[in-house]
Design a protein around this ligand. Structure first.
Ligand code: ZN
Length: 55
C-alpha cells in the first residue's frame, strides 16, 4: 500500500501547523500555507510523487 504510506508521510511532515497563519490548506493532508499559490505547488508535487510511487 504505497499510496496510504505516502499520505501518512505527507501528513506527518506538518502535523502541528497553525492554521491562522496559513489560511490555505491542502485538502489532501491538511497542510497549511500562507499563499494559495503555495497550495497549488504543493498539490502539483503530490501529483508528481503519486505518479512516481505508482510506477
Ligand atoms: Zn498535502
Amino acid at each position: 500500500m504505497q499510496q496510504s504510506n505516502f499520505y501518512h508521510a505527507c501528513h506527518l511532515t506538518r502535523h502541528k501547523v497553525h492554521s491562522r497563519d496559513r489560511p490555505f490548506t491542502c485538502p489532501v493532508c491538511g497542510k497549511g500555507f500562507s499563499a494559495r499559490s503555495s497550495v497549488r505547488i504543493h498539490q502539483l508535487t503530490i501529483s508528481v510523487l503519486m505518479i512516481l510511487l505508482l510506477m
